[in-house]
Design a protein around this ligand. Structure first.
Ligand code: ADP
Ligand code: MG
Length: 719
């Protein structure tokens, strides 16, 4: 195929419309009428199952009770009928392997009976377990290649749902994924185990305060940032297609300096896209709540209402999938990469985490936080957990994309610290000194100076946007996760770290429960814990260099590079923690290290190779052509004795020539590597960066009409 034929092919693809059909929602349907319609939720369960079976299944979903295996057959039957009524022809176990995405292998309900007639079947066995070939999923050496078997098993705590496509639909059964010998091969099992562990530790901790046993919920609200660009630009950028980010591109004169995009009025085409995303999410029972423009041009955010952690993680995975799919249908591409464009803000995923006990938020300071011991003790446990295991939390943020984001000046840096705000920090000082002020807290009233405005109660904590782990009123917000990441990894580690801290407190106080000594023991313990762990609290500007130095003085870990940040997975201390709570064995944890390191190195190598390819095959020919023309004109003018303009010709030829040399030198250097490993990784990254510098310089020198890649000013601004 010639270049023009290839371009025609791409053009034809970009115009493809056959998949653009919207789902079957009535234009005037109100969200309340279709919310959760495609979820096998309590309503559907009650409608399609006998009363007894329905109650058993609901007890598992709502209270985490073990499912009575005898009802699996009935549940399968009901699910099948329900799904078929929604147009489903297939079912799949929907799981979350270590690739960080979701996986599915569809089987049709269709089967043949003894007479050879077509029937629709779906048994309890089909529902409970499936055996996809596991050999091609990353396992970090856990599953020897001769033992390819892996099992997916139904997670009844996350409801099944129907995923629609323009033609037909598929029943999706949220599932866990493990090897034949039971080793964990996914992100869901450790998350579920950590939830179980933390719930137990919370129940024990609440016993200290003689609380009645109550339903415990760990909650998550995951704010999703993303970029949208027109698909026609995307198809002309091999780097976006292959790596998810632009490997080249000079920053445009205007990008985000004027801060005119954040919360700006939303472009109608984008708003249309957002509305369609929300319709799909609402149908799937994902409570999409907030939508707005983000800081960078072409950057946006979607935030849901928080839900129980396991469900919220599944829902975030679905959200990412739907953002991508609806974008394509609208002639757009949704970029979930952490740093698709250099020089403008990257995308994160803020993890808002909290715990409720019998519906009461344990991180809610309430009216009188000084007297609220449960809150103070719980808060102290989190502080201790993050101080002791901040290194692990940092590990959970490793992706190639986050490399370009963390520590750049819009994202919290690679040093984990906690922001509490002035008021709470002051209260903790009192707890440490065991000198409580008796005066109760009156909600701070903000005066907005407008007569008609109602009085507004100020948030207890001012919003510090620079902290990686911030207390925001009644929850902690971890901001270092990347936009493309699953929330499972970080929350799993946080849960275990907090469980251990709660147990630490319980162990020290249990014997005093009900005695006169309890209060004094609690005061002493909290005071000593704050003294021991207050170094992790930092309310200042995390982006400043002073903080980097200060953190060093406080001996807080600063794991700058991704390879450094993965090492805590090999630390005995962390092995002991995760093993003690039955969340990951040391072998499983080490296998995760292997998986993440290998994935990281491979992606770095792919970026290098794509850079080399684009530079050599797309940029160099254009630059050489321009250089050649300049030299030709220069020679002609010299021969003709013309001197005007010669200086400019010479200067441009020289500038372009210099960058061509730099380009070639770095292309050759990249080609000389035999592979990327931990010893040469940084050098390889630096070479890729040097190549970018040369190409970006050429972009500003070469005739605009000839430049083969869509430019930042086009991709970020034109819809
Ligand atoms: P901001 O952008 O200022 O951080 P947003 O309103 O965009 O705030 O997002 C806040 C997120 O925190 C939402 O997803 C919200 O549902 C979630 N959230 C609120 N309360 C809790 C809670 N108790 N537990 C977990 N998440 C919560
Ligand atoms: Mg936030």
């Amino acid at each position: 195929m010639s270049v023009t034929n290839r371009n025609h092919a791409i053009e034809a693809i970009s115009k493809r419309t056959e998949l653009s059909g919207k789902h079957d929602l009535d234009e005037n349907a109100a969200p309340i009428d279709y919310y959760g319609k495609d979820v096998f939720n309590a309503g559907a369960i009650r409608k399609y199952l006998s009363r007894g079976a329905a109650e058993k299944l609901l007890a598992t979903i709502q209270d985490g009770e073990k499912l009575d295996p005898s009802v699996a057959g009935d549940v399968a039957h009901a699910m099948k009928d329900w799904a078929i009524a929604r147009g489903a022809t297939h079912f799949t176990h929907w799981f979350q392997p270590m690739t960080g995405g979701t996986a599915e292998k569809h089987d049709s309900f269709l089967d043949l009976n003894e007479q050879g007639e077509a029937i629709m079947t779906f048994s309890g066995k089909n529902l409970v377990m499936s055996e996809p070939d596991a050999s091609s999923f990353p396992s970090g050496g856990l599953r020897c290649t001769f033992e390819a078997r892996g099992y997916t098993a139904w997670d009844p705590t996350s409801p099944a749902f129907v995923k629609r496509n323009p033609r037909g639909a598929t029943l999706c059964i949220p599932s866990i994924f493990c090897s034949y010998t039971g080793e964990v091969l996914d992100k869901k099992i450790p998350l579920l185990r950590s939830i179980q562990a933390l719930k137990q530790s919370i129940a024990r901790f609440m016993n200290l305060f003689k609380a009645e046993p109550q339903h415990v919920a760990i909650t998550l609200g995951a704010e999703q940032e993303y970029f949208l660009i027109d698909r026609n630009f995307y198809l002309q950028r091999p780097d976006l297609i292959q790596t998810g980010r632009t490997l080249f591109g000079a920053p445009p004169a205007k990008h985000q300096q004027l801060e005119d995009h954040y919360f700006g009025s939303i472009n109608p085409r984008i708003l249309n896209f957002m509305a369609e995303v929300e319709e799909e999410l609402w149908r799937l029972g994902v409570p999409a709540k907030t939508r707005h423009n983000e800081v960078a041009p072409a950057q946006f955010e979607l935030a849901p209402t928080f839900e129980e952690l396991n469900l919220a993680v599944d829902h975030n995975m679905l959200t990412m999938e739907i953002l991508r799919r609806v974008a394509e249908r609208n002639g757009l591409v949704c970029l979930l990469h952490e740093k698709p464009f250099a020089g403008v803000n990257g995308s994160g995923k803020h993890n808002n985490w909290s715990v409720t006990y019998g519906g009461r938020n344990l991180l809610d300071p309430g009216e009188s936080p000084r007297q609220n011991y449960i809150f103070l003790a719980f808060l102290t446990a989190v502080i201790r957990a993050v101080d002791l295991h901040g290194d692990l939390l940092r590990s959970s943020t490793v992706t190639v994309g986050n490399d370009y984001r963390l520590g750049a000046n819009e994202a919290p840096p690679a040093i984990i610290s906690i922001y509490l705000g002035e008021r709470l920090t002051e209260i903790l000082k009192q707890v440490e000194k065991k000198q409580y002020e008796t005066q109760t807290h009156k909600a701070r009233q903000l005066k907005v100076g407008v007569q008609t405005a109602p009085s507004i109660t100020g948030d207890d904590s001012d919003r510090n946007r620079t902290s990686p782990f911030a207390f925001t009123g009644n929850k902690f917000e971890f901001r270092a996760c990347g936009s493309s990441q699953s929330c499972a990894g970080f929350n799993m580690l946080l849960n275990v770290a907090v469980a251990e801290s709660l147990d630490y407190i319980s162990e020290r106080l249990e014997s005093a429960v009900g005695t006169d000594e309890f209060q004094k023991k609690l005061d002493d313990l909290l005071s000593s814990l704050i003294t021991a762990h207050k170094r992790i609290i930092f309310n200042g500007n995390n982006y400043s260099n002073d903080w980097v130095e200060e953190a060093q003085r406080r001996k807080l870990p600063h794991l700058r590079t991704s390879l450094d940040a993965l090492r805590p997975f090999l630390d005995q201390r962390n092995h002991r923690l995760l093993e003690r709570y039955g969340v990951l064995s040391h072998i499983e944890l080490e296998s995760r290290f292997e998986i993440f390191q290998e994935e990281y190195l491979r992606k770095i190598q792919i970026e290098g190779e794509v850079s080399r390819d684009i530079a050599q095959n797309q940029i160099l020919p254009v630059a050489l052509e321009e250089y050649g023309e300049l030299v030709k004109v220069l020679q002609a003018s010299q021969a003709a004795g013309v001197s005007a303009g010669v200086k400019a010709l010479e200067r441009n030829a020289m500038l372009i020539g210099q960058q061509i040399d730099a380009l070639q030198q770095n292309v050759d250097k990249l080609a000389s590597y035999n592979g990327v490993d931990p010893t040469n990784c940084q050098e390889y990254i630096d070479t890729t960066k040097a190549l970018r510098t040369a190409v970006d310089a050429l972009e500003l020198l070469v005739d605009d009409r000839k430049w083969p890649l869509p430019k930042y000013r086009e991709m970020l601004f034109i819809y």
